[in-house]
Design a protein around this ligand. Structure first.
Ligand SMILES: [Zn+2]
Length: 497
C-alpha cells in the first residue's frame, strides 16, 4: 500500500538523517522520550543537523503540537535497531529531563490521537502491547495488527522512560478502543477531552470538591500520590495564579483570604496563560538549578494535576529525590510532612493547614486504599539488595518478578526482607562465533571498540565479513569484532549469512 503522512502535522522540517524508503511495511509504532520539554521547531533544528545522526518520523512537542522530520515512507534513525526502524513509525515525545521522564498530559493525549491516525492510514484496527521483548520481536502481526515496541529493548537506556513505559498498555487499549468504535461514525477516533476549568465556575464548594476529587483519585492510581493530599494542596493554593483554573478554583474555595497574601513568593505570571513558581534544586555536582513548578496553568484540570504530580515525583536535591517516600504513602499526615520537609513550603504552619483542609472536607474519602487492608509484599529485582539504585522493578506477583530477572542478566529477585528468592541460571552464550555477516549499506561505521562511545575508524565497504567475537555495548543491541582486527560493527545493521 502507498505510504502517507499524518494530517495532524503542524510543522515540517525534513531531516537528512534517514535511510531512504523502508524495506518493510509499517506494522510497529515506537514512542520515545526526548529528554527535554522541546518545541516542534527545536526538535526539527536538532534533527536537521547531519552531525546529530538521529531522527524520528514524528515529534510531539511540549504543547502537544505534531512535527514531522522523516516522512512515513522513509526509515528514521531512532531506535538503535535497523530491524525495528525499517517497520516502525517512530515518535519522539517531549518529556522531563530525568526519570521517570514524564510527559505532559497534553502530549500523551496527542500521542494517543497520533497512534489512532497512523493505524487508520496504514489499515490497522488494533494496537497491541505485549510488554515482553522476546514475544514482541518474534511475533508476526496478523492482518490489521499494529505492534508497540520500545527503544530500551535495543539499547541500554530508559527510553521511553518509566512514565511512558507503565502507560504502554493504556495507550494500546485507548487506541484500539477508538479504532474499533469508530465504525459507527459517532465522532470516530476522538479521545475523551479533559475536564475544563470552566466546569468549576458555577459549582458549589461541595460539588466542586466531588468533581475534582474524582480526578485526583484517578491521578493517585497513576502517580501513587495520595489523592487527599494533592486535593488539599489544590484547595490551599487556589488563591494563586490568574489562569482560568486558578480563578475558578479561587471563586469557589477563596483560600487566598486565609493566607498571608495574594501571591506565592517567588511566583510569576507570564501575562498570558501560564502561572509558574521557580524553585531551586541542587544538582549532583552541588550546583543549583532553577526549575519551574506549576500547578494551575492549564485550562484542563487533569493536565494541571499531572504536571504537579510529575513535579513532586521527579524533583531532586542532588541525586536524592526531594520528596522521597511520597509515592505510595498511605498516611496523609506522613505525606504532608514529607512535602513540608522537602522544602515545598516555608510556612511553619503548612502541615497544620493542609491537614485541617483534609479533615474539614473529609478528603480521605477520595484516597485509593489497599483492598483487604493487608500489607502488600513486594518482590524486588536488583543486582544486589544493598544497591537499591540497580532496582529494575517491584512486583506483587513473584512470576512477574522472575520474568524481569530472566530478561536482565545479573539480576536476582529479593523478597521484602532482602533474601534472594530467585536467581536465573547463567545463560549459554547466545551467539556462537565465528559467523559471517553481510553489509549492504555504505555508511556503517567501524569502531575501535564495542559501542558508539568508541572512536569511529571509518565506514566499512559493503561485502561479507567474519565476526570472531561479540559484545554488548552502547548504541546497538550487539556488537561484533571483525576478523581483520580493525574494529567492531553494530550487528543491528548487518545480515547474518
Ligand atoms: Zn528513544
Amino acid at each position: 500500500m502507498g505510504y502517507t503522512n499524518s494530517p495532524m502535522v503542524v510543522y515540517t522540517k525534513l531531516s537528512p538523517n534517514h535511510s531512504g524508503q523502508r524495506t518493510h511495511s509499517i506494522d510497529r509504532i515506537t514512542p520515545h522520550c526526548v529528554v527535554g520539554q522541546c518545541t516542534a521547531e527545536g526538535l526539527g533544528d536538532w534533527f536537521a543537523k547531519s552531525s546529530t545522526q538521529a531522527s524520528s518520523n514524528y515529534g510531539i512537542d511540549r504543547d502537544g503540537r505534531v512535527g514531522m522530520y522523516v516522512e512515513e515512507k522513509n526509515r528514521s534513525w531512532c531506535s538503535s535497531s535497523n530491524a525495528n526502524d525499517q517497520r516502525a513509525v517512530t515518535i519522539e515525545c517531549a518529556s522531563d529531563t530525568s526519570e521517570p521522564y514524564a510527559f505532559r498530559n497534553v502530549v500523551y493525549k496527542k500521542l494517543i490521537e497520533l497512534c489512532i491516525d497512523i493505524c487508520k492510514r496504514n489499515g490497522k484496527n488494533k494496537l497491541i502491547w505485549f510488554g515482553d521483548k522476546d514475544k514482541t520481536l518474534n511475533y508476526s502481526p496478523k492482518n490489521g495488527e499494529m505492534i508497540l515496541t520500545v527503544h530500551r529493548w535495543f539499547v541500554n537506556k530508559s527510553c521511553p522512560g518509566n512514565w511512558m513505559y507503565v502507560r504502554m498498555g493504556d495507550l494500546a487499549e485507548k487506541v484500539t478502543k477508538a479504532l474499533q468504535g469508530s465504525g459507527s461514525g459517532s465522532g470516530g477516533g476522538s479521545v475523551e477531552k479533559g475536564t475544563q476549568a470552566s466546569v468549576l465556575k458555577n459549582l458549589s464548594e461541595a460539588d466542586a470538591i466531588k468533581k475534582v476529587g474524582a480526578l485526583f483519585t484517578a491521578d493517585q492510581k497513576k502517580s501513587g500520590i495520595l489523592a487527599s493530599v494533592s486535593l488539599a494542596q489544590f484547595i490551599l493554593e487556589s488563591g494563586y495564579g490568574k489562569s482560568e483554573l486558578a480563578q475558578n478554583a479561587n471563586n469557589i474555595f477563596g483560600m487566598k483570604c486565609s493566607l498571608s497574601g495574594n501571591t506565592w513568593s517567588g511566583s510569576a505570571w507570564d501575562g498570558k496563560s501560564k502561572y509558574t513558581k521557580k524553585t531551586q534544586e541542587q544538582n549532583t555536582d552541588g550546583s543549583y538549578e532553577t526549575i519551574t513548578a506549576d500547578f494551575r496553568k492549564y485550562p484542563d484540570i487533569e493536565d494541571s494535576i499531572a504536571d504537579h504530580s510529575a513535579y513532586l515525583l521527579g524533583a531532586k536535591n542532588g541525586s536524592e529525590l526531594r520528596y522521597a517516600g511520597l509515592k505510595g504513602c498511605k498516611d496523609y499526615k506522613k505525606a504532608v510532612q514529607i512535602i513540608k520537609d522537602g522544602g515545598y513550603a516555608t510556612s511553619l504552619t503548612y502541615v497544620e493547614k493542609l491537614c485541617s483542609i483534609i479533615e474539614k472536607w473529609k478528603l480521605t474519602q477520595y484516597d485509593v486504599k489497599d483492598s483487604g487492608g493487608e500489607a502488600v509484599r513486594w518482590y524486588r529485582v536488583r543486582m544486589t539488595w544493598a544497591d537499591s539504585k540497580t532496582q529494575k522493578g517491584a512486583y506483587k506477583v513473584l512470576a512477574n518478578a522472575k520474568k524481569c530477572a530472566d530478561q536482565n542478566p545479573g539480576y536476582k529477585v529479593f523478597d521484602a526482607d532482602g533474601k534472594v528468592v530467585y536467581e536465573p541460571k547463567a545463560a549459554e552464550p547466545a551467539v556462537k562465533v565465528p559467523f559471517l555477516v553481510k553489509v549492504s549499506i555504505s555508511d556503517l561505521n567501524i569502531r575501535s571498540g564495542p559501542g558508539t562511545n568508541f572512536n569511529r575508524v571509518r565506514f566499512i565497504e559493503p561485502g561479507v565479513f567474519t565476526i570472531v567475537q561479540t559484545s554488548t555495548g552502547a548504541g546497538a543491541s550487539l556488537w561484533g569484532k571483525l576478523k581483520s582486527g580493525i574494529g567492531w560493527l553494530s550487528l543491528d545493521y548487518v545480515q547474518r549469512v
